[in-house]
Design a protein around this ligand. Structure first.
Ligand code: FAD
Length: 473
């Protein structure tokens, strides 16, 4: 039997990669043999509303990693468990069984995930095992970009300035190909059994899976062909002007380090609007770490607890199904269902429509997004929803309500995006596409929905409701 000190266990979670994964870096190079583990927790996947499309991406990635690790003589164990609460005991047993002394993982900042890790930490240390956690989800460690009072910023722009100032480019050059391989046949056989067992009943279809080499080709092509125009094209949903990296960042197939490194190598200045979006991603993760209440779905602005939200399931269903009668909103909601992804500009429009014009709680929209997005991540989703609903940090003031018709005219002037996802409007002339109702009525066709609310009175009501809540607080 091996002595306990010669093996380490790397626990992968939302960092499903080796490249630029600090757990495989020189920092942790030692004489230890490496074993890798992954848990699929049924209860939490349901609780966190993980979409089928993201599950499928993860499953394909696990299959790919299993083979990759096998080639490198690293056993990779994949287990299905009922819930996070089983993990501490499971790990103790597993680490005892395979004579492992040390566990390594990267931090996850969501509430349940943090609780899970605390429980693991507690039990492991009580049983004399070591548990090391690293920060690798962001370029800058949460808790290190702080204002003059050593507190987390509550608004984006000063956070961004400080973030850029603190970014240390030398840190991009960590090599993450350091591991010691294993020869113990029994362990490989056990891993193979766990793999066969795990995938025995798993069925799924996936259109998003690419190997990292292919993902990096997509990104390089974006950098070469679209980055220069990104500032102008990123808001036009009919144009393929964004990087489409979000699914891979969400499950950790690529890291922000890798993408920023490519920008630097391509001599791109980091104060551009694409990097700005990466900093938004960082901002929301840093916020979650600084304000754990966000992870429990509490609003950042306390007074918004007093908003009497609209509970109509009928209204909510019309929004979910893309039957609101507002073409740009319906196009977005249908894109989400068809593709598991929605353009950022349209995410903002549909979120504002739900939370302001319909006055439906942002949490319901957040959950619906999570259930359908391939790139669903708690921090960005919660951040995006609370921003749109004016309940979050750096939120738009509550009296700023997006007008979906104006947005549609500005960002989809020819209605190309609308016509793609709302095909019943494909023959509507350009000048009527944003407000097709009169044209439809005039031609006595019954092809589309009546607008479900009046924009002006629902806007007024939203403003009054927010004002009322603020006064009540
Ligand atoms: P690009 O424009 O190429 O941006 C590059 C990367 O920056 C993205 O991949 C993403 O990681 C990050 N990013 C871009 N915009 C934002 C933003 N506004 N906030 C935070 N990070 C950003 N993004 C998610 O990754 N997961 C979510 O669950 C999610 N939910 C959202 C919900 C709402 C209501 C809103 C308004 C936005 C949400 N976003 C979310 C942010 C954004 O819409 C997506 O990241 C973006 O559309 C992904 O496309 P892309 O990779 O082509 O982006």
């Amino acid at each position: 039997m091996m002595s306990k000190n010669n093996r380490r266990l790397i626990w992968l979670r939302s960092d499903l990669r080796m490249m630029d994964n600090i757990l495989f870096s020189r920092d942790y190079e030692s004489s230890e043999e490496t074993i890798v583990i992954y848990f699929h927790a049924i209860h939490e996947w349901k609780l966190h509303k993980k979409s089928n499309i993201q599950r499928a991406l993860i499953f394909d990635r696990l299959k790919y990693l299993y083979l990759l690790f096998k080639e490198k003589n690293i056993p990779f164990f994949i287990f299905e468990i009922n819930s996070f609460s089983e993990i501490p005991d499971f790990l103790i047993q597993f680490m005892n069984q395979f004579s492992i002394q040390k566990l390594l993982s990267n931090y996850e900042y969501e509430y349940d995930e943090s609780e899970r890790d605390h429980a693991v930490h507690f039990l492991l240390s009580r049983n004399n095992f070591e548990y090391i956690q690293m920060h690798n989800q962001t370029l800058l460690e949460p808790g290190t970009v702080l204002n003059g009072e050593k507190k987390m910023y509550k608004v984006f722009t000063p956070f961004k300035k400080k973030w850029i100032h603190q970014l240390d480019r030398s840190k991009f050059n960590i090599e993450t190909n350091h591991y010691n391989t294993l020869t113990d046949k029994i362990i490989f056989e056990s891993a193979q059994n766990a793999y066969n067992n795990f995938f025995r009943d798993v069925e799924y279809e996936n259109k998003y899976f690419y190997k990292e080499k292919e993902i990096l080709e997509i990104f390089n092509s974006f950098v070469l062909n679209h980055l220069a125009d990104y500032e102008f094209t990123r808001d036009i949903p009919a144009i393929n002007g964004t990087s489409k990296m979000s699914p891979y960042l969400a499950v950790g197939i690529v890291s922000p380090q890798t993408l920023i490194k490519i920008c630097i190598d391509s001599k791109i200045a980091l104060d551009n609007s694409w990097v700005n979006e990466i900093i938004w991603r960082e901002f929301y993760i840093h916020l979650l770490q600084a304000f754990p209440d966000l992870g429990q779905n509490k609003p950042f602005l306390q007074y918004t607890k007093f908003i009497p939200w609209n509970e109509s399931e009928d209204d909510f269903n019309k929004w979910k199904k893309g039957m609101t009668g507002f073409p740009i909103v319906d196009a977005g909601m249908r894109q989400l269902i068809e593709e598991g992804w929605m353009h950022n500009r349209v995410r903002m429009i549909v979120a504002s429509f739900l939370t302001k014009n319909l006055l439906i709680h942002w949490k319901k929209g957040q959950d619906w997004f999570m259930q359908h997005l391939v790139d669903g991540t708690f921090a960005s989703n919660n951040g995006g929803w609370q921003w749109s609903a004016s309940t979050g940090t750096d939120s738009q003031p509550y009296f700023r309500v997006f007008n979906p018709i104006t947005q549609s005219k500005n960002f989809d002037p020819n209605g190309e995006y609308i016509k793609k996802y709302v095909p019943e409007l494909k023959n509507i002339p350009r000048k009527y596409i944003h407000e097709p109702w009169d044209y439809i009525q005039l031609n006595s066709e019954n092809i589309y929905y009546e607008p479900m609310v009046s924009l002006s009175s629902s806007r007024k009501q939203a403003i009054e409701t927010f004002k009322f809540a603020k006064e009540k607080y």
